[in-house]
Structure formats: C-alpha cells, structure tokens
Design a binder for this molecule. Structure first.
Ligand SMILES: C[S@@+](CC[C@H](N)C(=O)[O-])C[C@H]1O[C@@H](n2cnc3c(N)ncnc32)[C@H](O)[C@@H]1O
Length: 713
C-alpha cells in the first residue's frame, strides 16, 4: 500500500465524498503510461438518439427552441419521471440532480422538444430500416450505406462482421479547429482546450471496435490524416494496435499547394496503413511516385502521336517553317519523302506533286491550314529510324494522318516498357507493349489524379450538380489506396465508417469493374448538416429530427444520391452524368456500374414496448448483412420458418424438420438463424443441419441479441 493510499483512507474518515473523488483522480493518473500518449478519455461520450420514442426512465436533453441556433447545445441531462397528456399534447415530467448535495430540479416539456440521449455504456437497441436500394448488379452482394452514429454502427457490425472485414478505409474529421466535427453533439472548435484529447478519445473508441471487425490474420486498416493530428494519431495507432505493422504514406493531394504566410506551402496529407497478420501492400504496376506523372496502373498501350499540332492557335502563318508537305505512297501506306517548308505567301496548290504520290499537309478538318509539330529535318530523321509512319485515311475529308513516336514513348522503349520486335515492309518499327513487372508502392505518392479539388469536389459536381460537400477525397486516390489493400481479394469486404460523400464505395465499384470483382463496401456516415447549412436551417425554425432538416444531412443529401448517380449513371435530376472516368479505366460516367447498393437508417428501439414482429423487422437487415448482404431478405416473422438465397430463419422449433428439409434443397444457404430460448432444442436442430450451414442462435426477445453500448466494450 502506498503512502497515498494511506492518506486517502485518512481523508475517507472525515469526508467520504472528497476521498472518493481523490481516489478516482489517483486511479486515472496511476493508469497513465510513463511514455506514449496520455490523454483524458472524456467518458462518458453522449450520443443523441433522434427518432427514438421517449419513455419513462429515459435520459433526455432539450432540443433548442425553434428559431434558436441548434449550435447552442443545452447539455443538461434529465431523467423522464413520467409522461402525461393526450396523444396530441404529450409532455414529459423531468427531473435532474441540480447540485452535488442531491438537490433536485424538475421541469415539464412537450415530447417533441426532447431527444433521448445514450451515454457511453447505456444499452442501446439498434435496428435498421431500409431507405431504398439500387440494383444493377445481378446476384452480386449489395454494398450497404448505413446512416448512423458510427460508434453505434460499429457495435452493431460486431454482430454481423466480427473478424470478417478485409479492409477499413477511414478519413475521419481532421480536427482542424474549424468546427469540422462534433463531440457530444457539439462542434469542436479551435478555442476548445480539450480538443486534442476529445479527438483522441473519440478516435480511440472507434479504432478499438474497428480492430475487432478486422480479420486478424490478413487485413488492412487505413486512416488518412493531415499535419494537425498526425503525430498524436501515430502514437494512438501504435498503442491500439501494438501487434500490427504500420507504415505512413505521404500523398500529394493539392499540387498547387495551400500557401500560408511565412510557412511552407502545403501540398500533402498522410495515410497510415496498419497491416494485420500476414497482410502487406499488394504489388502494382505503378509505384505512385516514379514514372510518368500520371502513369496508369494497367499496362499502357503504345501511343503513336499525330504529327499535326492540334491546338487552335497552331496556325500556318505563326510558324511557316512547320508547314510543309509529307509525300506518301497511298497504296503501300509509306512515307516516301519530306518536302521543304513553304514560305507564307506561297499557296500549297502551287507545289508540284511527284507521280503516284499524295502530298499530306497539316490541315484541320475544316480545311484551314495548321502546322506540324516537328521541323522537316527532324521528321526526315524519324522516318529514317522507322519511328514515323502513315496513319489512318479520313475518307470524308480525303485526308491522311501522319504519326510519330514522341519523346515519352521513346523513353518507354529505353526503359523496356515497349519492346521493338522488328520492322515492317515500310521500315517502320513494330512495337509491343511489355507487361511491367509488378512492384511495391512507394511511401510518397505524387500523382495529379489524387488531387482532391479536381477529382473529389469536381467528381461530386458531375454526379450531384449543385450539392456541396466539404473535402471529399479524389475518387482515384481512394481507388489507388484500396488497390494496395484488396487488389488480390476480389470478394473483399471493405468498411468505411466516416464515409462522407461515399467515395470509398464508389472506388470499390471501380476496382470491381477492372477485374470482375464482387467486393462489397459498407459505408457508415451520420446525417450531420454542415455548420453553414445548420445556420440557414436554424433561421427557418427547423431543428434536428425535422424531415426538412434531415433532408439536408450528409447521408440523405450527398451520400445516397452520389452513389445512386454513380451506379445508374444519372444525376438526381435524371440527366446522364456528364464526363468520363479517367485513368486506368476510362469510360463515360453515364454508363454507371453493374452493382447493387442498399441504403439503411439505424433506428433505436425501446425493447420493452416493441411488439414481437416489429422487433424482428427492425433486426431483419442485420441477419441479412451477417449472411453476406446477398439476394432476398427475410423481413417478417410471419411463418414458422423462412429460407432466402443465403440464409434461413427458424422461428418455431416445432417446424425444424421442414426447415432442415428446405435448407437441404437450397444449396446457396450458408447460415441458419434459430430463434429459441431453449438451449437443448437449439442443439438438437444444429445436429440436423447440412455441414455447409453455420448455425446462429437468436433469443426470442430479438432486440436483446443486439444490445450495444453496454459495458462489453
Ligand atoms: C472527412 S469526412 C469523410 C469524407 C469522405 N472520405 C469523402 O471522400 O467524401 C468525415 C465524415 O464523417 C462523418 N462523421 C463524423 N463523425 C461521425 C460519427 N460520429 N458517426 C458517423 N459519421 C461521422 C461526417 O459527417 C463526415 O461526413
């Protein structure tokens, strides 16, 4: 026993309360590490449960008065002592401990002016309700989007995906000090003295859950961050995942950079890759640093460049020495000789053309005189080396094109990316693209396709015109990142629990298209409105929970319409999405993707008051998720049992023989959920199940199977 403990005992005799407080502080201090990251854990973290019906005994807080700013949070927690009034004017009688000596304060408020609050460790009973789906992917598994507080969603996912996730990609709030995230329902700003420890506590709780979801033998967690929290996050990762191998990658996301007064111009952000078990970065064709500034990942075909200078300004009169005839033999498609440059005042018709040949001039489609890219002597040289040739004939305009290999392609030959296999009858080199050996990525990435402005915000403008989301990632940056994690796992399960605009799910769809994969992405994001929108909604007298308010939330206003637009190729206004995907897999965005997505909202159930069937409906999507999010879903408990594509549910043990028979006929079924409180009965059914079917027991009080937020975590 230390001297401190002795002193505490002494105090206890005089003032028990003071002694308890001191003992608490002492415990916190003694648990701190000597080295590493020490921070206040800010327990409890409270979470609003909007939409959860208010019942006696609930913890609630006041919603702001209509018209007042929703940003001014009344943090006081009340207990509902009773509920009174008629259906239309129901009020809650509230009580709270107002002073440490036990003094009580009471209040009465209409139910719609209150929101239920769950503190850390208060049990919560989650359910999922579908908010629609888009189906273009045949029998592929569904990507899912869950509109929820991610702390609760992660806990619910422990039931469906514990140890099953192959990759987690998260882009959390960066804690910039500019009200970019909420802790306990309140924006955290630069003035908050505890902002770093709040952020760490918030992240730690979620990373601990993330760890349980990942496959410990082979999986990757990726967390992006910028300069403001990188060091604290690095230490936190080390502490939460001591067994993993962690690397940090620097990604240039803004090539022009953000200039700051008397500071370096910032161009980058970072990603921690945390590898579990045998995992490591997949090898790819592009190390993301060396090679062409926007090297493709796939093997790039040999590109012969057109000799004509394409731009509008490339007129004959500006560079007369680049206006000359190239004489070709149109039958054998051979360049025969190069004529001399024509002075500007000499018309091209005046030039005499040798018999059997055609003079090719640098002419635009409309016949206007342009110029070539190379001087006559240079082209003569290239022809002699076999690296210039006759291209296609444009019948409509009676015009031939001339092609050559530019410096970039010659460098690829030098690097061995293009092999010279010989010469054709015209003496032109025959070339073959060589598959580049796969190699490891670098720890610094410099690709213009990772630019967040062009390929993040710009991409959103194309998909959901007029809707704004702060700082989406470049689609191609996320695609490149995920390639290192799941390139060799075509059926991977990917999770993003700070999904924002849905870039991760979109990137997974791109990867699937490139290799016919069936990867599925689970995206979790809340329905927060941005601070600016919040101010505008406050003025209109709206507040969280109102339909009009929620419609502007990120999930409903951005994530869902973005992913619908990506899959269908049509904007929310039902116009074809304009523009093409670039890099690696180029195609019109209006083609969409052959993928399935279902959108869910997390609900909060009150277990005692919920009828049996309604309770099953609330948890039905969780069973479907656990069985692989594929095919039909069993949504009601109407019959004794039900069998869908990948799973079955036995509701009444008396029907077990028929259930087992039905499962034997359904070869794609992998999971059988058996609803019973009777352990012996459950075991009996299990012995009858086909070997390839995994059994899962569910208690009859459905919701208790899924109680989350309890002391377990
Ligand atoms: C930085 S953004 C992610 C952007 C995303 N990578 C993209 O490309 O669009 C973080 C997102 O996480 C959401 N978020 C923050 N805290 C959350 C929480 N506790 N639960 C669920 N979502 C949360 C925010 O609403 C925000 O949309």
């Amino acid at each position: 026993m230390s001297r401190l403990t002795e002193l505490l005992r002494e105090i206890e005799r005089k003032d028990a309360r003071l002694a308890a407080d001191l003992a608490n502080e002492y415990k916190t201090l003694s648990e701190r590490r000597a080295f590493g990251l020490n921070f206040e854990r800010h327990v409890p973290e409270t979470v609003d449960l909007p939409g959860r019906p208010i019942r006696r005994g609930d913890k609630v807080r006041f919603l702001p008065m209509r018209g007042a700013s929703a940003g001014t949070i009344d943090k006081r927690l009340w207990r509902v002592a009773s509920i009174a009034g008629t259906d239309h004017a129901r009020v809650a009688n509230l009580v709270r401990q107002a002073s440490p000596d036990g003094g009580l304060e009471t209040a009465t408020r209409p139910l719609d002016a209150l929101v239920v609050v769950a503190e850390f460790r208060d049990p919560v009973y989650p359910g999922l309700v579908s908010a629609g789906r888009v189906k273009r992917g045949g029998d592929k598994p569904f990507h899912t989007v869950i509109n929820a507080e991610n702390f609760h969603a992660l806990q619910a996912l422990l039931y469906t995906h514990e140890g099953k996730v192959d990759a987690i990609y998260v882009d959390p709030p960066y804690n910039s000090g500019a009200r970019d995230w909420k802790y306990n329902n309140d924006y955290v700003d630069g003035e908050d003295l505890y902002r770093h420890s709040k952020w760490l506590a918030f992240m730690e709780r979620r990373l601990v859950l993330a760890k349980k979801l990942l496959n410990s033998e082979d999986s990757v967690l990726i967390v992006t961050i910028d300069e403001r929290e990188i060091h604290r996050l690095g230490l936190l990762i080390e502490q939460v995942f001591p067994e993993a191998k962690t690397q940090m990658v620097t990604i240039t996301i803004n090539h022009r950079g953000v200039a700051r007064n008397r500071e370096f111009t910032r161009v980058e952000e970072y990603a921690f890759f945390v590898f579990f078990g045998s995992a490591g970065p997949a090898q790819t064709n592009d190390d993301l640093l060396t090679g062409q500034p926007d090297d493709t990942d796939g093997d790039e075909p040999v590109r012969w460049e057109r000799l004509i200078k394409g731009s509008n300004e490339a007129r004959r009169q500006d560079r007369p020495n680049l206006f000359y005839p190239v004489y070709i033999d149109p039958v054998n498609k051979r360049i025969v000789k190069i004529g001399a440059a024509l002075p500007p005042d000499v018309p091209r018709d005046s030039v005499k053309i040798p018999g059997g040949l055609v003079a090719v001039w640098p002419l635009a489609r409309n016949g206007s005189e342009k110029r070539w890219q190379l001087a006559p002597e240079t082209l003569t040289n290239l022809v002699a080396q076999g690296i210039a040739k006759v291209g296609a004939y444009d019948k409509r305009n009676d015009h031939w094109s001339i092609l050559y290999l530019n410096r970039g392609q010659l460098e690829r030959i030098d690097r061995g990316e293009i092999a010279v296999t010989g010469k054709d009858a015209n003496g032109v080199l025959t070339l073959e693209q060589v598959s580049r050996p796969k190699r490891a990525g670098m720890t610094v990435w410099n690709r213009t396709r990772h630019n967040a402005g062009y390929y993040g915000s710009g991409m959103l403008t194309a998909l959901i015109p007029g809707r704004k989301f702060p700082f989406p990632k470049s689609l191609y940056a996320v695609e490149d990142t995920l390639r290192f994690a799941v390139a060799n796992k075509p059926s991977a399960i990917v999770l993003d629990f700070f999904a924002g605009s849905g870039t991760t799910a979109h990137a997974v769809m791109r990867l699937n298209r490139q290799d016919n994969g069936r990867r599925q992405c689970i995206s979790v994001t809340n329905n927060e409105v941005s601070p600016n929108e919040q101010a505008a909604l406050d003025v209109r007298g709206l507040r969280p929970g109102d339909a009009e308010w929620e419609a502007f939330g990120i999930c409903d206003h951005i994530t869902e319409p973005r992913l619908r637009a990506a899959v269908t190729g049509r904007t929310p206004e039902d116009q074809p999405v304009r523009g093409d995907y670039k890099f690696i897999d180029e195609f019109p965005m209006s083609e969409g993707f052959e993928e399935n997505v279902e959108f869910f909202r997390m609900t909060y159930e009150a277990p005692r008051a919920v009828a049996h069937n309604r309770a099953f409906e609330a948890i039905a999507p969780l069973l479907w998720l656990r069985a692989g999010s594929q095919g039909r879903r069993i949504d009601t408990a109407a019959d004794d049992f039900a069998v869908a594509d990948t799973y079955g549910v036995l509701f009444d043990l008396d029907a077990s023989a028929a259930f087992v028979e039905a499962l034997q006929k359904a070869e794609s079924v992998r999971v059988a959920f058996i609803v019973t409180d009777d352990e012996y009965g459950y075991q009996m059914v299990c012995t009858e199940l086909p070997a390839y079917v995994k059994s899962v027991r569910i208690y009859e009080s459905y919701l208790t199977n899924f109680a989350i937020n309890t002391a377990r975590e």
